[in-house]
Ligand binder design. Sequence first.
Ligand SMILES: Nc1ncnc2c1ncn2[C@@H]1O[C@H](COP(=O)(O)OP(=O)(O)OP(=O)(O)O)[C@@H](O)[C@H]1O
Ligand SMILES: [Mg+2]
Length: 288
Amino acid sequence: MKDDSATPTATPPLLAIEDLAVTFETDAGDIPAVDGVTFALAAGEVFCLVGESGSGKSATAHAVSRLIPSPPGKITDGRILLDGTDLLRVSENELRELRGNRIGMVFQEPMTSLNPVFRVGEQIAEPLVRHRGYSRKDALRKATELLHEVGIPAPQDRVRDFPHQMSGGMRQRVMIAMAIACEPSLVIADEPTTALDVTIQKQVLNLLHDLTKRKNIGLLLITHDLGIVLDMADQVGVMYCGKIVEQAPGPALFAAPSHPYIRRTQMAGVLVHGLTVFIHGFAAVCRA
Ligand SMILES: Nc1ncnc2c1ncn2[C@@H]1O[C@H](COP(=O)(O)OP(=O)(O)OP(=O)(O)O)[C@@H](O)[C@H]1O
Ligand SMILES: [Mg+2]
């Protein structure tokens, strides 16, 4: 007889999305923005969602944090299990507790997410006071530590800055500090570096990757940049017209992409690289 006690039980994923469907009501009719999306993300893993504009990446991410604007949006089907709890079935109160506490979020443009009239330290401290019972003084001390952790120099001074006193890259680091303040198990980052210049993009992404691995966070990362995907993704899901049309570990997807989106974008990358090499070469010849 089989000894059940000896059978290893598979660890359930941190996040499991099953048959998710999101619709937007418009004058032109209902748009099925997300149409039967299923994937899972383990703790300490980076899952990259890629795909053309309008393919449903942000709608998927917003559904996980239940931030779909309603109306016009509506989650019409599916389950979103975070550590086994279906986020689509929890009350608004439980949801507020989960957001910022178990789920951290980093969006594209920090200026729209940060409050311009509060110092960054106050904004990082706020979830610690609300969710973790810190005193204001301890929360501000922790905010300074977090600024240090996300690589902001002289954090004891910068903690008193207003958002407009910081560069775009620093503001995005502040957003990351806020997202990880309460030690969430899941971080959702929707094109977190699109508004930044290339070198800063790389630094911010390295930071996110490093935090994911060091703190065993599950990171759902949405990006258009296949270079990022190749560097960071444990798993990649390619979205097209609201569906995941291809899913694979990062390197496998690039070795043999079946979906035209990846092939086209790879080709565009090769062309841009070729053109850059040519322009540099041409400039060197002209200088000589
Ligand atoms: N508030 C809204 N009202 C109506 N339709 C919407 C709304 N938000 C999104 N949609 C539609 O839902 C679909 C998916 O949009 P979504 O923002 O998820 O795309 P995306 O993959 O994130 O695109 P991008 O790469 O441009 O950010 C699109 O057809 C979009 O037009
Ligand atoms: Mg989007």
